[in-house]
Design a protein. Structure first.
Lengths: 303, 334
């Protein structure tokens, strides 16, 4: 895309300068060489800063010794995938993968299923209590974990849901549900109202309009909300650290900590695990990131 | 049964009828809106059970002296009942102006404010700068964007450990600083440098979101405005000041609000970067967590009190922010 725009701009400028040869005519959006260099320079530096910590983690994961992070020079001579083999074979990596997936997918499914009709209702209908309801949805999204963690811990212990997947899923739903409703409202707002009206003219009830017309159109929005729920649950640290006791039920966010909170810090194994966790999530993130940003910011309400 | 679709104006169509009695109004409202209520019912129920009930219960805990020694608990097969008692507002008084309140609350409070302001300012400034650079015609723009998003793409709990390796004494950052004959601070031990390190890592993690949102905002500004400004002889700075910045306000005000909320509530970075080793670098959220779960005996009541105070702060801030925006006839996108 960028190459085509570049081509046209140069093609046009080639024809113009004949008129005033002394003064270089610059088209709008074009810059001098120095400005171009500065832009590229800043962007390259910024890219390096963005890239380096991640690249460093990958690099350290190849070093065989747990203190190699202090002597990175040594790693070059003896790069090996032994850490990865060890993590996959000897640690509880697959247990953690399992529990992370159960908790994240459970949260995702419940969050989106419950929130879908609400997102539609607040996008299309105005009812008494609408403003108050939107306010509640907004406020629940900004709950600091400190507000809920203590009472949740008490309630979950009473229900004997500590150290159970269901307990953690329920806790995550307290943020995932309002958040999904909010995101979905934003997406439903972008679907033309005419479609609803057409459905109504054809005699569909509001529920029918939602289920038959809007829901199929809203699949991308549902996907974004689902993905957002997934990464939020995936990366949550505070609740998972307290509510999961058995080390086979740890999510990745807790399991990764256990490498250094034990008596000796196995940093090389930790780095390898970190890379194994990061690769699939990041890959998936890149697939949907564009929709995610629009969903988060433009998913707005007027009034 | 008419449908209450009203194109986001929120106003009822038609003129105002004489006000009927309350019972009639209730019945009328039920007939008119029952499907709207039916549709939001699942979320209302979930919020009631999963948010309101714990919130009320948490608020009750703040009025007691509950800790892990007097709460209901189970040792083996024996169930021990809760023995904590009601003490009124003592927890609030103790936190806000009790003995050593400065060390326990106000020092963390000031640091939390500094942390939020500095982080959001850095996020916004760097994010806007990069967004402006990426908004030009530039070779390799897509590639730059993909690389710059990386800190957001990788889960925070992973990258924080990468930073921890880098910042450790003898790690790559200090080695580099020493090679350049610069002082090598103790990033993970000294209170001042702990705070600097926390801000640094959070800035690194938070810039991509700001950058992408602001880039979206920049691209939505009508280019005719720039042409008109240029025709009127506006300099580059004037175009930025009077076209770009006002054009960014709808997106900008939303991302700043989100940024403030997220940074204020940021748990993972400080918790994972320092663990229990940095009492001075704890913001209120991580400090409340430490009180409730990081020490023995666990002080549930005080931890919950911090939670309630934090939530009140955020609600006050959000209300003031929204009102302040509404005064300038700005519609917040959230």
């Amino acid at each position: 895309m960028s190459t085509t725009t570049l081509d046209t701009s140069t093609a046009v400028t080639d024809q113009t300068p004949a008129a005033s040869p002394a003064r270089k005519v610059r088209r709008r959006g074009e810059r001098g060489l120095a400005a171009s260099f500065t832009s590229h320079g800043i962007l390259i530096v910024a890219s390096l800063i963005a890239l380096f910590p991640v690249a460093w983690l990958v690099f350290l994961s190849l070093g065989p010794d747990k203190d190699d992070y202090l002597h990175p020079g040594r790693i070059f001579g003896r790069m090996t995938f032994d850490n990865y083999v060890f993590v996959l074979r000897e640690t509880k990596f697959f247990d953690w993968l399992m529990s992370t997936l159960i908790v994240s997918l459970g949260t995702t499914a419940i969050g989106v299923l419950i929130a879908a009709t609400t997102g539609y209702a607040v996008s299309r209908m105005r009812f008494p209590g609408y403003k108050r309801f939107m306010w509640v949805l907004l406020v629940t999204q900004m709950f600091p974990i400190a507000v809920l963690i203590v009472p949740m811990y008490e309630i979950m212990s009473e229900l004997q849901l500590i150290d159970s997947y269901l307990g953690l899923i329920l806790v995550y739903c307290s943020t995932a549900v309002p958040y999904s409703a909010w995101l979905l409202k934003g997406y439903f707002d972008t679907i033309p109202f005419e479609i609803d009206e057409a459905g109504r003219v054809d005699g569909l009830t509001p529920f029918g309009t939602f289920a038959r017309l809007i829901l199929p159109l809203a699949k991308p929005g549902l996907a974004v909300a689902a993905f957002y729920n997934f990464i939020t649950a995936f990366g949550e640290v505070a609740f998972a650290s307290q509510f999961m006791l058995d080390d086979t039920k740890y999510t990745f966010a807790v399991g990764l900590q256990s490498f250094i909170s034990e008596h000796d810090a196995q940093r090389n194994l930790m780095a390898a695990t970190a890379v194994l966790i990061a690769v699939p999530v990041s890959a998936f993130f890149y697939l949907v990131q564009k929709n995610l940003v629009t969903g988060l910011t433009a998913g707005g309400t007027k009034g | 049964m008419t449908v209450a679709i009203d194109r986001a104006t929120g106003k009822r169509r038609g003129g105002r009828e004489p006000r009927p009695g309350p019972l009639q109004r209730l019945k009328h409202a039920y007939h008119k809106y029952w499907y709207a209520y039916a549709m939001i019912a699942p979320v209302v129920v979930v919020l009631g059970v999963l948010v309101m009930y714990p919130l009320v219960r948490g608020f009750y805990l703040t009025l007691t002296d509950a800790n892990s020694l007097n709460s209901a608990r189970r040792i083996g097969v024996n169930h021990i009942d809760a023995t904590y008692k009601f003490i009124g507002l003592d927890n609030y008084a103790d936190i806000l102006w009790g003995p050593t309140a400065y060390d326990r609350f106000w020092s963390h409070f000031i640091w939390t404010i500094v942390w939020t302001v500095v982080c959001v300012a850095l996020h916004y400034a760097i994010g806007l700068g990069l967004a402006l650079l990426l908004n030009q015609k530039l070779r390799g723009r897509t590639l730059y964007r993909l690389i710059l998003v990386l800190p957001w793409a990788v889960p925070t709990f992973v990258t924080v450990f990468g930073w921890r390796f880098m910042l450790a004494d003898g790690g790559v950052i200090n080695s580099a600083l020493e090679a350049l004959h610069l002082p090598a601070p103790l990033w993970l031990e000294d209170p001042f440098w702990q705070r600097t390190a926390a801000i640094m890592v959070n800035t690194w993690c938070g810039v991509p979101f700001m950058m992408l949102s602001l880039l979206g905002g920049l691209q939505s500004i009508d280019s005719a405005l720039y042409e008109a400004a240029e025709m009127d002889g506006a300099s580059a700075w004037q175009r930025f000041r009077h076209v770009t910045l006002p054009g960014l306000r709808p997106v900008g005000s939303t991302v700043v609000l989100l940024g403030v909320i997220w940074t204020f509530n940021q748990f993972a970075i400080i918790f994972l970067l320092f663990g229990d080793t940095a009492p001075d670098a704890q913001i209120l959220v991580t400090w409340a967590y430490y009180l409730g779960f990081g020490q023995q005996p666990r002080d549930y009541a005080q931890s919950a009190t911090y939670g309630v105070l934090l939530l009140s702060l955020l609600i006050v801030f959000t209300s003031v922010y929204r009102r302040w925006l509404a005064r300038g006839e700005q519609q917040l996108a959230i």
